[in-house]
Design a protein around this ligand. Structure first.
Ligand SMILES: O=P(O)(O)OC[C@@H](O)[C@@H](O)c1c[nH]c2ccccc12
Length: 263
């Protein structure tokens, strides 16, 4: 069984638990945040989606004792376009409490990073104050991908659709995705390769106004430049920021010029 299959199996149990619980609204649930899509579109520098990631199946513990609110405030101060918060507990040591605390502390877009397979998870993300959710093409049949995207959009959420190759890109496009992330990490083997971004970018319909984001394995300026050169408007960065002594400086260093043309 691959790690993705293992995670999805666990998610089914989580969904049953969530369905049995009432959803509590928070004061931030209806906070107006800028559009992530809009801020990436208009930017002349590569944008940074900065992640709160305590641990992961591929790396184990990354930063167990992080204070998610303080970390998110640093991200916001550094000009991050969005804070991504892992809410999966079993594999990433995150939680919806982390998401809620971060959403209450910052005004920039907040991404709920989870393995979403059911609308109840989207309700939870919205109730905790997220303005963006992630849908992973590899985790969803076409009909569900489309239905979950429509459901989230109707709630006023933005949707980041994650792909790993050109076939998955086509499925994302057919499901109406506008904000598309290429995960440089193969969820089956954990291997990271920025060539995934270049590969998907080579067939990406930039002319249609869609936005491409390069996710995972961004270790520094050279990687940011490589992603920007391929056509990415943003990078999604977790581990490098969680391990950085100065996440603020690291974010600023990744905001490389996009060379005037934008996307
Ligand atoms: O820590 P990294 O290599 O910078 O990666 C961040 C992010 O892209 C990664 O956490 C991620 C990408 N897609 C996901 C889906 C689920 C959980 C996690 C992820």
């Amino acid at each position: 069984m691959t790690i993705l299959e293992e995670i999805l199996r666990e998610k089914e149990q989580e969904v049953s638990r969530l369905l049995a619980e009432p959803v509590a609204q928070t004061s931030q649930a209806n906070a107006v945040r800028p559009s992530l899509f809009g801020s990436i579109k208009k930017a002349k520098q590569l944008q940074v989606i900065a992640e709160i990631k305590r641990a992961s199946p591929s790396k184990g513990i990354i930063h167990e004792t992080v204070n998610p609110v303080q970390q998110a405030e640093i991200y916001e101060r550094a000009g991050a376009a969005c804070v991504s918060v892992l809410t999966d507990t079993s594999f990433f040591n995150g939680s919806f409490e982390d998401l809620k605390a971060v959403a209450e502390a910052v005004r920039i877009p907040v991404l709920c990073k989870d393995f979403i397979i059911h609308p109840v998870q989207i309700d939870r993300a919205a109730a905790a104050g997220a303005s963006v959710i992630l849908l992973i093409v590899a985790a969803l049949p076409d009909a569900e991908l489309n239905a979950l995207r429509v459901y989230a959009t109707a709630l006023g959420l933005e949707v980041l659709v994650e792909v790993h190759d050109a076939d998955e890109l086509n499925r994302a496009l057919e499901a109406g995705a506008q904000l598309i992330g290429v995960n440089n990490r193969d969820l089956r083997t954990f291997q990271v390769d920025l060539a995934r971004t270049e590969e998907v970018a080579s067939v990406f319909p930039f002319h249609s106004g869609r936005v491409l984001i390069s996710e995972s394995g961004i270790g520094g300026i050279a990687d940011a430049q490589r992603a920007a050169k391929a056509g990415a408007g943003a990078v999604l960065v977790g581990e490098t920021l969680m391990r950085s002594e100065s996440p603020e400086q690291t974010i600023r260093s990744l905001q490389v010029d996009l060379g005037g043309s934008g996307q």
